[in-house]
Every structure is written in C-alpha cells, then in structure tokens.
Design a protein around this ligand. Structure first.
Ligand code: NAD
Ligand code: MG
Length: 388
C-alpha cells in the first residue's frame, strides 16, 4: 500500500471501552495510515492516561469531572489539551483536528457528540448503534445534508455495507445473523434464575457489559434491526433475523432475483473496526483466518421470540416508529443497568421495557428535543418501576 497518503486523523470517542481498545490496536498496527487526535473515556482515568501517553492525541476528554485534575496532572508534560464533562464531548466533536470520528461511546450518551461530528461534516465510523435507534431519521438526514459518511462498525451492518459495494440493485431483504447468545435454546423457567455473571459470558464475542447483556436477551438484535433500517433506508418488513450460532456469516443481503450475498469471517470486531477506519481501503493484516473445517457446519434457525420477548418488543418498535424505539432504548438502558447491579431479574428486564413502552405517549414524528424528552420520560418511568 502507498505510504504517500496523508494519515487519517481519528477522534476516538469511547476509547477506554471494548471497541475503543480494539480500535487502538488496529491503529497501533498501522501507524503509517492513522493518527489519533482525540481520546475520550468516562471513568477509567488510568487507562485513558496510558492511552494518551502512548498515542499523544491533540485532545483528551474525561467524562467524570472529578477525575479532571488527575488526568490533567498526569499529562502536563505533553502538549495535550485536557477537558472534562459531557459538554466537552460535544465541543471536541465540533473541532477541526480530525477527519473521522469513531463513535464508540455506549448508549444514548453517544448521540449528541455523534450528531455534532455529523454537523461538522466529519466521517463517522459508527459503533454506537443506540444513536440510530433513538433518532435515526434525524441522524441520517443530517448526514445527508452535511455530506458526512456514516460507515457501520457493528459487524452485521459492516457485512451488509460490504455486500452492497458495487450494487445498484434494489434489496429484497437483509438477513441479520445472531449468535443467539449464551442462553440459546433455554426457556423462561431457566431464564428466571439467570444472574449477571452467567449472562456476561458470551460464547463468541468479548464485548462491553451492556451489549453483552443485550446479546443474552436478544435486545441487541432488535436494536440492530432498527439500526439497519436507518443505515440502509429499508422498510421494516425487509429486515429479517436468523440465528446462526457459529457467527461466521456476519449478515446477508437477498436481492430481487433471489440471489443472496453473505460476508464471512471469524468473529473478531477488529475486522469491521479496521474496515470502517480504512474505508474504502482494505488493510492487510495477520489476524487468524477462517478455516472451513473449524467450524465445518454452519447452522441456522428462527429466533424464539416467545422466550426472548425483547426481540418481539424491538420488532414492534421497528414497525411502529416515531419515538417508540427511543423509549424502548431508554427503558432497556435502565433495565440492563438494574440487572447488572442485581436489582432485577433477567425476565424482569422485558416487563420493565414493555410497561415503559405502554406508558410514554406516542409521537409520530419527533423533533430532536422531543426525542430527548421521550428518553427522559422513559428513564424516569422505568426507574420508578424498580423497587428500592
Ligand atoms: P464499553 O462499555 O466497553 O465502552 C463504552 C465506552 O463509552 C467507554 O469508553 C466508556 O468510558 C464510554 N462511556 C460510557 N458511558 C459514557 C457516558 N455517559 N458518556 C461518555 N462516555 C461514556 O462498550 P463497547 O462494548 O465498547 O460498546 C460501545 C458501542 O459499540 C455500543 O454502542 C455497542 O452497542 C457498540 N458495539 C460494540 C461491540 C463490541 O464488540 N463491543 C460490537 C458492536 C457494536
Ligand atoms: Mg452486532
């Protein structure tokens, strides 16, 4: 590959997380292609400091304002600007010191900085699916207006994106694959007793806590259906989910002639991260390759939405649209947070989300302000359902 290309300047929002750390591995392996200009983390000050000392970005943001002094002091010998707090994330996203944001903050908190990057006309490598679940119509419209490319990092959406290259033909449907998570095949009488530590053991992927729980409940696939609708401009009925426990096929497109294109590889998030950062180039690497003999059987089955009702709720939100996906997402964030603290059981998460969806009034075409209000209302109501 030519080394004469200017380096792509990356702003890594959520650098201390699972996606963030893997992105820094990719960047570290390709120093001629990328530079790191922004690093942000919410509370892990020690890791953020280490990352900053190694990558020497222009700006570091620590979310937790109490940790500002420690981060500032630790980096005082380096020419690095240090900021703290939520507002600083947005202000940094509005800066001109980067070419591409990797949006790797988890949850609703990622929405404002990502929107800011888009309004700033920057390319966004999007891991933070909640941004599109909450306000996909506004985010994609603004991306169009500001000519800001949105490149998916989520492995399923990266697969669809890769399958679309070179195609001008209509999509009949997309088929999102799901591993099924650690409780594939289990029934409610088992799930009722599941505890956080068991739910945090994912068979194929090593991810942050929230998405790992979302994978165990299948909410993750529901969020991904909504994410796909916005990314690829689809109708709800064009999005199908199939359980594929080996996670080798990362997703597929079926065209109008019945032909199906799939993207395959070993389950390793560094691949879609690297693809999004390097797009449109594929970057050579020495990651392990898929050997067709291991696993040599790829299997597929329908999801059990009677047991994993979160997927049914998310499908309902996908079809209903308006502020419903935003409400679903907010209630889910509260539910997962409470489950991770052993405050509610595994199946209680679904009840909490369902009751919140029934409670918050429907808005067919919300403004950004109304999305924020719906999010707040849903969070308050969901939290009020958790017994103190
Ligand atoms: P994580 O919990 O490991 O990391 C989250 C990052 O966000 C951390 O850097 C954390 O400091 C930061 N953060 C948390 N709360 C914040 C807040 N309120 N304000 C600002 N920053 C905050 O999560 P992850 O697994 O890396 O996932 C990140 C995003 O990528 C999620 O939206 C997830 O759905 C998506 N994603 C992750 C994977 C994966 O393999 N981990 C795969 C596909 C998509
Ligand atoms: Mg995914």
């Amino acid at each position: 590959m030519s080394t004469t290309l200017p380096k792509k300047r990356i702003a890594l929002f959520g650098s201390t997380g699972s996606i963030g750390r893997q992105a820094l591995e990719v960047i570290n392996n390709n120093p001629g292609l990328f530079s790191v200009e922004v690093l942000t983390g919410q509370s892990n000050d020690e890791l953020l400091i280490k990352q900053a000392q190694h990558f020497k970005p222009d700006v570091v943001v620590i979310g937790d304002e109490k940790k500002y002094g420690k981060v500032k002091d630790a980096l005082s010998a380096l020419p690095i600007k240090v900021f703290a707090g939520e507002k600083a994330l947005e202000e940094t996203a509005a800066m001109d010191n980067y070419d591409m944001m990797l949006a790797a903050i988890v949850g609703f908190a990622g929405l404002r900085p990502t929107l800011q990057a888009i309004e700033n006309g920057k390319a966004v490598a999007l891991a933070n699916k909640e941004t599109l679940v909450v306000a996909g119509d506004i985010v994609m419209q603004k991306a169009l207006e500001n000519r800001a490319p949105v490149i998916p990092v989520d492995s399923e959406h990266s697969a669809i994106f890769q399958c679309l290259i070179g195609e001008r033909n209509r999509i009949e449907k997309i088929i999102l694959t799901a591993s099924g998570g650690p409780f594939l095949g289990k029934k409610p009488n088992f799930l009722v007793n599941v505890k956080r530590d068991h739910a945090l053991q994912h068979p194929n992927w090593n991810m942050g806590a929230k998405i790992t729980i979302d994978s165990a409940t299948l909410m993750n696939k529901g969020l991904e259906m909504i994410e796909a609708k916005w990314l690829f401009n689809l109708q709800p009925e064009q999005v199908q989910v199939v359980i594929h426990p080996q996670s080798i096929i990362h997703s597929m497109i079926q065209f109008e002639d019945g032909s199906i294109k799939a993207q395959m590889g070993l389950p390793d998030m560094k691949l879609p991260i690297q693809y999004a950062l390097g797009f449109p180039l594929r970057i050579a690497n020495s990651f392990p390759r898929y050997d067709f003999k291991k696993p040599n059987t790829l299997t597929f089955e329908d999801p059990d939405t009677r047991t994993f009702r979160n997927l049914a709720l998310a499908t309902e939100a996908l079809f209903k649209g308006g502020n419903t996906p935003c409400v679903l997402n907010a209630a889910n964030e509260i539910a997962v947070f409470a489950f991770l603290r052993n405050r509610i059981g595994f199946l209680d998460m679904t009840d909490l989300i369902e009751r919140t969806m029934q409670h918050v009034p429907f808005i067919a075409k919300p403004t950004l302000e109304e999305y924020f209000e719906s999010d707040g209302e849903a969070r308050n109501f969901a939290a009020s359902l958790i017994k103190l």
